[in-house]
Design a protein around this ligand. Structure first.
Ligand code: ATP
Length: 355
């Protein structure tokens, strides 16, 4: 039996708390179902800058190429010192491994402060182009200032980028409720969003079994609050997806409840929660580990299907049940979701529920 090779990259700040929690839970689930995993801790972020002289050491990048996937903790790049070796690793990881689809689910659980008790949707955010100026250029940065009065920020939309993220979203929709909504603003961005919409429509022809509709992004911001139940899979461009997925997290208890998985056309995936490194609560042991543990669960489930390993799918299913059970325990839950516990008590409750 070949073991899955999974990297552990803590990231920064609360990453040092929630990534170890995720690995502990995943290890217990793997053991329960006889799933062999070769875990490989790799340096990244501020710690790597101190120990290896770079926030993304070449040895880490090289090691990632040999893995099936990895868990990436949140990166606190805004606090890095200025310097060529203190870069934000995100754009490089997502580009080098063509992880162009960021799959971000939003789900209600009872008693944790959700605004509705029946939300179950997934936002698929394009990950590698759009408005993000640090990742939409081969060389340079897509923001520039010709004089002190004027700043230009460019958005990149490509047919290939739009088509492939649409395809990833349609595949997901096909395995869920067969309903996909694409979100854009082609009324104003006639060329950019227009191209995204054209590609979504073309891909839709390959999925006649999936019901399709589209919503303008500002209307979407409102409808997400008023009737989130009317959506199942939503696909959109990078910045719109980033904003809407944080909004969606706000409906179900906040950023601690916002997991994510970055995927592409290849056979590698990266578990990455939607939230940042939360320096304000780092080191206090109070971070909600759900988003990171659920991201890790999504990785195991994805690897189980892509590598045809039913034991990985079973481990992921057990993690899901255990988290649902643990979230009912107000003494164990973290404070952000109406609990009296902390990172450790919530992790222990999940482990107990795993049996
Ligand atoms: P980024 O731009 O890197 O995504 P951000 O500016 O959105 O980061 P975060 O680091 O995500 O900021 O934190 C935003 C707020 O949410 C902070 O007050 C933080 O404490 C809270 N938060 C984020 N993640 C968690 C978590 N896992 N558990 C509890 N609170 C969290």
């Amino acid at each position: 039996m070949t073991a899955l090779k999974i990297g552990i990259l803590d990231g920064d700040d609360i990453g040092h708390e929630i990534v170890p929690a995720s690995v502990t839970v995943a290890k217990a689930a793997a053991e329960k179902h006889g799933l062999a995993i070769d875990w490989q801790p790799l340096p990244i972020g501020r710690t790597a800058l101190d120990t290896h002289g770079h926030t993304l050491p070449p040895s880490t990048l090289e090691a990632l190429h040999k893995l099936d996937g990895w868990i990436l903790g949140p990166i606190g790049h805004r606090a890095y010192p200025k310097g060529p070796n203190a870069i934000n690793p995100h754009p490089i990881l997502r580009k080098q491994f063509a992880l162009f689809a960021n799959v971000r689910p939003t789900r209600s659980y009872p008693d944790i402060g959700c605004l509705y008790d029946d939300i179950d949707l997934v936002i698929v955010r394009e990950n590698n182009e759009g408005f993000q100026p640090d990742r939409n250029m081969l060389v340079g940065n897509a923001e520039f200032r010709p004089n002190d009065e004027v700043t230009l920020s460019m958005r990149v939309i490509s047919r290939t980028g739009s088509r492939r993220v649409a395809k990833a979203a349609f595949e997901l929709a096909r395995h869920r409720k067969k309903h996909l909504t694409y979100v854009h603003k082609d009324t104003v961005f006639k060329l950019g969003c227009g191209m995204f919409v054209e590609e979504c429509r073309k891909v839709a022809l390959e999925y006649p079994d999936v019901r399709v509709d589209d919503v303008i992004v500002d209307t979407m911001a409102m409808r997400l609050v008023r009737d989130p139940q009317s959506f199942d899979v939503v696909v959109t461009t990078n910045m719109f997806g980033d904003i809407l997925s944080d909004e969606a997290a706000g409906l179900v208890g906040g950023l601690g409840m916002a997991p994510g998985l970055c995927i592409g056309e290849g056979d590698i995936a990266m578990a990455q929660a939607t939230h940042g490194s939360a320096p304000d609560i780092a080191g206090k042991g109070v971070a909600n580990p759900y988003a990171m543990i659920e991201s890790t669960r999504m990785l195991l489930d994805w690897l189980g299907h892509s590598r045809r390993k039913p034991e990985a799918v079973a481990a992921a299913a057990s993690m899901s049940q255990a988290m649902t059970q643990a979230l009912r325990d107000a003494k164990a839950r973290t404070g952000d979701i109406k609990g009296k516990g902390n990172t450790a008590s919530m992790t222990e409750a999940i482990l107990r529920a795993l049996g």
